[in-house]
Design a protein around this ligand. Structure first.
Ligand code: PLP
Length: 369
């Protein structure tokens, strides 16, 4: 039986042509593809400027550094996220303050955010988890009053909208990731988008050894890094971005197919639609009922060639991360989600017969309890 992987990137002839054109040009770094990709990202996210960089984690880290956040500062975020969110904060020397998520949206709970603010809070990093926007209106209103920066972790949500506003430039800035399972891919890569061109300029310098535009030599007054993105990667990203809305539609169709074939099973499905919002389907995560051994389910599915993922373990359960973070209240929703969640195979070209095979295997395992 064919193996059904958890995720698979979609590379078209146009993508290949775009990368080959760069190879033929001989200009493999800091060339025109980068500028084109950045302009398209800014445009897609309704921001005024964008910086392409080497990963989503790098984009989050650059945002924090560009805002001057470091040791002694607190950044409020969630524990139900990919560990990169936390690692970016820890790399600056700041302290992540972890709050619980809402059981239904699986996103940051604004009331808990507000209760966690201290005089040391410099930024909030909401995560648009699994392609669903965090409650930005409430978050912006809480933070705006106190001049706290909002850095959107939009790594999983390129193209998601609240009303007609795309995520990414609603807050101070937003980070995107382009690993092969993300809404678009550049292999490895990321971007930062903002409505503040000066912030993007500071981050651009930090991503390029501290150089300011036009500097031939690295500037000596900023400790920068090399977080640049290659021309090949930028060309691939620009090509993928051109068909983002088509890709989002195809991902939504796979989600709708899962929604239908999983109906009636004893598990919790994510909502197919959210009023007033556009989802950018990133993964399809179900919650198994209490008492179901998730490891056993995963193992049995794997035996049938069906790969699943744990999106996500609670980050505060890692000793290393817990020791460096502040958890000032219990995180019961996060712990429950992290124990029950199961990510099913998901990518834009996933066929309905494969979705039915996954559902059939799950149905059998759940009925045999
Ligand atoms: C993927 C992801 C990141 C990091 O992206 P990389 O490109 O892998 O560094 C950060 N946050 C979230 C929520 C992600 O899903």
């Amino acid at each position: 039986m064919d193996r059904i992987p958890l995720s698979r990137p979609e590379i078209t002839d146009a993508d290949r042509d775009a990368v080959m054109a760069v190879m033929a040009s001989g200009r493999l770094a800091l060339g025109p593809a980068l500028g084109r990709f950045e302009a398209a990202m800014a445009d897609t996210c309704a921001g005024s400027a964008a910086l392409a960089c080497s990963s989503g984690t790098a984009a989050l880290y650059l945002a924090l550094r560009g805002l001057g956040i470091g040791p002694g500062d607190e950044v409020i975020t969630v524990s139900y996220t990919f560990v990169g969110t936390l690692n970016a904060i820890l790399a600056t020397g700041a302290t992540p303050v972890l709050v619980d998520v809402d059981a239904e949206t699986r996103n940051m709970d604004p009331a808990l955010l507000e209760a966690s603010i201290t005089p040391r809070t410099r930024a909030v990093m909401p995560v648009h988890l699994f392609g669903r926007a965090a409650p930005m209106e409430a978050i912006m209103s809480i933070c705006g009053r106190r001049r706290i920066h909002v850095i959107e972790d939009a790594c999983e949500a390129l193209g998601a909208r609240i009303g007609d506003r795309p995520v990414g430039a609603i807050g101070t800035c937003g980070a995107f990731g382009f690993y092969p399972n993300k809404p678009i891919t550049t292999g490895e890569g990321g971007a930062l988008v903002s409505d503040d061109p000066e912030l993007i300029a500071r981050c651009r310098a930090l991503a390029n050894q501290g150089r300011r535009p036009g500097d031939a030599l690295p500037s000596l007054d900023a400790v920068g890094f090399n977080f640049r993105l290659s021309e090949m990667a930028a060309a691939l990203g620009a090509s993928q971005l051109e068909r983002l809305s088509e890709t989002m539609d195809r991902r939504a169709a796979v989600a709708a197919c899962y929604h239908e074939v999983l109906a009636g099973l004893d598990l919790l499905r994510p909502p197919l639609e959210v009023p007033g919002e556009t989802l950018s389907w990133f993964v399809y995560v179900v919650e198994l009922p209490d008492g179901v051994g998730r490891d056993r389910v995963r193992e049995r599915l794997a035996q049938q060639g069906i790969e699943t993922g744990l999106y996500f373990p609670a980050v505060h359960r890692s000793e290393t991360h817990r020791a460096r973070s502040a958890v000032r209240a219990p995180l019961p929703v996060t712990e429950q989600l992290a124990e029950r969640c199961l990510a099913l195979p998901f990518w834009p070209g996933l066929q309905s017969d494969a979705v039915e095979r996954v559902a059939g295997a799950l149905a059998e395992l759940l009925s045999r309890r």
